[in-house]
Design a protein around this ligand. Structure first.
Ligand SMILES: Cc1ncc(COP(=O)(O)O)c(C=O)c1O
Length: 431
């Protein structure tokens, strides 16, 4: 059994892995937490503080997993702990309306122009699943169009076509109501909407796809698809579960100035508390029960603990200084890594860096990724070797060659310098 991660002792993680794998499939409750794509064993994390995570063997890592998105202000953000501890004193859950739901709804609708009404759920998956049902109920149509390689959570209709592909157990009928089209290709979308004219309920996308590398939407692509959705009378859903509150406070829709009909949120909105939300035009949202006929429910939806965490994080994120800092640190990291790549170009494999706001990817491919087809050319083996070298130098990246890494506002200038030094040290050995 591997008990070291390139020089670090990871004996306790190894022991726990051995035990947990007998009880929880793969030892994880979400598959990409395991190191199955990069080899070796997952590390058991004991605690996090700011930009760092600490494993059970006492190793410390500068963390860019960021809990896969939520940890935008870093780990162990004290005001959230205080708000949640305070909220739980009065009881965790009532199954009745609570003032904090109103406050969070006010905070969202007053700061994100496309959100006239909102529903809170418990995960990004739920937000997407519910918004698709709502679009179908509103339009009376069944088909949805999504972009190859976008990840929208693990509900049947959108999993069949995502980058986290190849799941068995999805009925043919669920998959057959989803039409796939390539990202960054307006002509293909136009042909698709034309072909299925009158049958499509919604077009859904990650405005900046984050699980096939970080894919930058090309100039005019998002506005063009907005126009096409209007032309064909189709609901436009932005899945901003990852980009919301990350690429800007108002998400990708604020960054690129394009207004969807519905938006899904999750991740950073909860600041670590399990949350999902979907919202948009009043005219559409009023089709939800009990006003309309589209059903969506949830025992834990809008619970006071999650609401208190989300309100705390939103309050903090409303300070524009947070985004100035995130941009500064992300740019520093990006520039530093690019400089190393440029210096070492003669001796390194081809590496592309991609970044939008505080989400970035280190992509082992000859060309930038503009769609799913390009992402298939990513050299996963080279990434796996690089990943372990970074770990050895105290930097934790997501253990997959394609998922976005995240900078937080807790990363210090020194963290970034150390990360660039680790990147430099890891580079020669990946040839
Ligand atoms: C863009 C996007 N949509 C939806 C989801 C699903 O969210 P959750 O894992 O909270 O169900 C994710 C999660 O990675 C995501 O990145």
């Amino acid at each position: 059994m591997n008990t070291s991660t390139a020089g670090k002792t990871t004996r306790k993680s190894a022991e726990l892995n051995e035990q947990i794998q007998k009880l929880i499939p793969g030892g994880v409750n979400s598959p990409f937490r395991s190191f199955h794509e990069v080899g070796g064993q997952a590390l058991f994390i004991e605690r996090g503080q700011g930009s760092k995570v600490f494993d059970v063997d006492g190793n410390v890592y500068i963390d860019y997993v960021g809990a896969w998105g939520p940890a935008i202000l870093g780990h162990g953000y004290a005001p959230i702990s205080a708000a949640v501890s305070n909220a739980i004193k009065d009881g965790a859950l009532f199954g009745a309306p609570h003032k904090l739901e109103l406050e969070l709804a006010k905070a969202l609708t007053s700061t994100i122009p496309s959100i006239e009404m909102v529903r809170f759920v418990n995960s990004g998956t739920e937000a997407v699943m519910s918004s698709i049902r709502l679009a179908r109920g509103y339009t009376g149509k069944d088909l949805i169009v999504m972009f190859e390689g976008c990840y929208h959570g693990h509900s049947d209709s959108v999993l069949a076509s995502s980058s986290h592909k190849h799941s068995s157990g999805i009925p043919e009928e669920a998959a057959s109501n989803t039409i796939r089209t390539p990202f960054n290709d307006l002509q293909a979308l136009d042909s698709c909407l034309d072909k299925y004219d009158g049958k499509v309920a919604a077009v859904i996308l990650e405005p900046v796809p984050g699980s096939m590398g970080v894919v930058v939407p090309e100039e005019g692509f998002l506005q063009g698809l907005r126009d096409l959705c209007t032309k064909y009378g189709v609901v436009l859903i932005f899945d901003e579960v990852l980009t919301g509150f990350r690429v800007a406070y108002g998400g990708a829709q604020a960054l690129y100035g394009v207004r969807p009909d519905l938006t899904c949120f999750g991740k950073a909105l909860g600041g670590g508390m399990p949350i999902g939300a979907y919202g948009g035009k009043r005219e559409i949202m009023e089709h939800l029960m009990p006003l309309g006929k589209v059903y969506q429910a949830g025992t834990f939806s809008g619970n006071p603990l999650t609401m208190s965490g989300a309100l705390t994080i939103l309050t903090a994120l409303q300070n524009p200084d947070v985004y100035t800092l995130l941009e500064k640190r992300s740019q520093q990291l990006f520039d530093g890594m690019q400089q190393v790549i440029d210096e070492k170009r003669h001796s390194s494999s081809a590496i592309q860096l991609a970044r939008v706001g505080s989400m970035f990817a280190i992509i082992f491919a000859d060309q930038p990724v503009r769609n799913y087809k390009d992402s298939q050319k990513i050299d996963e083996k080279a990434f796996a070797r690089f990943f372990h070298k970074m770990l050895e130098h105290g930097v934790m990246l997501p253990p997959t060659a394609v998922d976005a890494a995240c900078v937080s506002a807790a990363h210090t200038e020194e963290d970034i310098e150390q990360t660039i030094a680790a990147f430099r040290a890891a580079m020669p050995q990946i040839d």
